[in-house]
Design a protein around this ligand. Sequence first.
Ligand SMILES: Cc1ncc(C[n+]2csc(CCOP(=O)(O)OP(=O)(O)O)c2C)c(N)n1
Ligand SMILES: [Mg+2]
Length: 300
Amino acid sequence: MKLEELPDEGAYTPGDNACAGCMAANIALNVMRILGKNTIVSVPPSCMSVFGGTFPNINWDVPYFHMQFSNTASTITGISRALKAQGKEDIVVLGMAGDGGSADMGLQTLSGAAHRNENILYICYNNQAYENTGIQASSVSPYGAWSTTTPVTGDFAGNEYMPKDLPRILIAHDAKFVATASTSHIQDFINKVEKAKNMKGFRYIEVLSVCTPGWRTESHLGPQLAKEAVESGYWLLIEFENGELNLNYEPKFTGLEDFLMKQGRFKHISAEQIEEMKKHIKRRYQTYKNLMMNNENNCK
Ligand SMILES: Cc1ncc(C[n+]2csc(CCOP(=O)(O)OP(=O)(O)O)c2C)c(N)n1
Ligand SMILES: [Mg+2]
């Protein structure tokens, strides 16, 4: 589907309670323009459950479940298996969870579902912190970033840990479909969601999701920050399908400082910390490049 063909209306109604400039709301809106009404969705505790899923103001125009924080993948596994038992295998069973609910709290159920190749579509909107509960760091929060649990005062200014690479963990499961996307590269985003819609088995897409209050930025900067994240290599666009890994966009490795300086969470960051971050970016890129070398050796 081309961007111009994206329907104006989908199965998520606009006008939710999200903060101004919330890219998670944008992701929900666009995902449901692509998936449409033949979908069942589950959302765990997160911003998304609050801004789009509180009765009676639910934005999801499809059956909607809210469950326990760590249970996204097991909840949708249960739904998917129940539908299979009823012979209804054409329905997309979707989980939409945050990074805390995916990389930390929900990792066990996510890993189990990937391992068993459950017939589910799991989308993680990664805003890089536990935003809904007041901006606590998660295991995918960026190095050096301020959060309420990684303050600038103390032994280390901001987050002292490098972010966990969740897509690579799922690739290590040899999962059916693993991809990353960005709200800036919208055609790539559409291609991946549409592909996942039309596939069976375990599908995981992780989308970078700019958060105005959490990133301490301005509400109009979401699309630009998303773009700069991709250009600078801070956020890679990858796709792993049936054992073959591809990089969908070659980063320019420029503009990292500009990207960081638009965000108050990095206001304090030192030149040394930026250098560490750049090294990490290059190392992660090289790791993916190395993994791509396996493509040629694949037994198809
Ligand atoms: C078992 C459990 N622990 C903690 C919470 C409180 N809680 C609700 S939402 C949330 C943050 C979720 O973070 P994330 O998954 O990254 O989504 P975001 O809020 O950033 O959208 C937390 C800690 C909870 N609901 N259940
Ligand atoms: Mg989050």
